[in-house]
Design a protein around this ligand. Sequence first.
Ligand SMILES: Nc1ncnc2c1ncn2[C@@H]1O[C@H](COP(=O)(O)OP(=O)(O)OP(=O)(O)O)[C@@H](O)[C@H]1O
Length: 242
Amino acid sequence: MPEAARDPIDEPLLAIQDLHAWYGESHVLHGIDITVPRGSVVTLLGRNGAGKSTTLKSIMGMVPQRRGSIRIQDTEIIDLPPYEIAPQGVAFCPEDRGIYATLDVKENLELPPRINRSGLSTDQVLDLFPNLRERLHSPGSKLSGGEQQMLAIGRILRTGANLLLLDEPTEGLAPSIVEQIGSTIARLKQQGYTILLVEQNLKFAMSVADYHYLIDHGRVVASYDRRTIQHHANDVLERLGV
Ligand SMILES: Nc1ncnc2c1ncn2[C@@H]1O[C@H](COP(=O)(O)OP(=O)(O)OP(=O)(O)O)[C@@H](O)[C@H]1O
């Protein structure tokens, strides 16, 4: 089939099948199936405790007990440790953003190792987030929530990852900053990045994503594309408990 005629869903960059995960005795994911096409933005929606963060952490190898299949392109990563998963081109931005309070913006940015040469330079990250350029020598503890989020995203762009896992990037941010994060995600998508993000803000999710998975009690209970989610927005809001 010619490249242009192919449906992107045929070319998943990330494919998760029958993923189970445990914290000790506690079985929290019960057979998750998710496909993330290359170059798409996909959201995981669901109420608190549904298993969204655990899904991202499982991809990154940060949940010690997991079973099923997680493939990045053609590589099975379910049994790999995090330091072997990152070189597959995947990076994780945690919900707490993971900014080191005593390091300044430049030091925080330059901390993670590069996994390949396609990683952005510090200058390129600062072009993407001009606010950070003005704060280059401010310690992490003095940054606003929005600046911390931009720094957290900028930091993973430096690594050279092309699959970005973002855990609630808009949480606690003012509407104007949420808008900036939305524009950044759209720009990253245009540049060819693939993004899987956890969101509770449905309006934001609908504005940035191509596909959505609704998670409840560790299972995918519904999935939507850009068009179908419009028809089910009320239903989804109810399931999010907002
Ligand atoms: N480190 C942990 N140890 C034990 N249980 C955990 C741990 N982290 C999460 N859980 C539990 O696993 C379940 C799924 O949590 P998870 O954080 O994946 O949910 P979530 O959908 O991301 O919600 P939230 O937005 O509240 O983080 C919840 O019952 C939670 O209490």
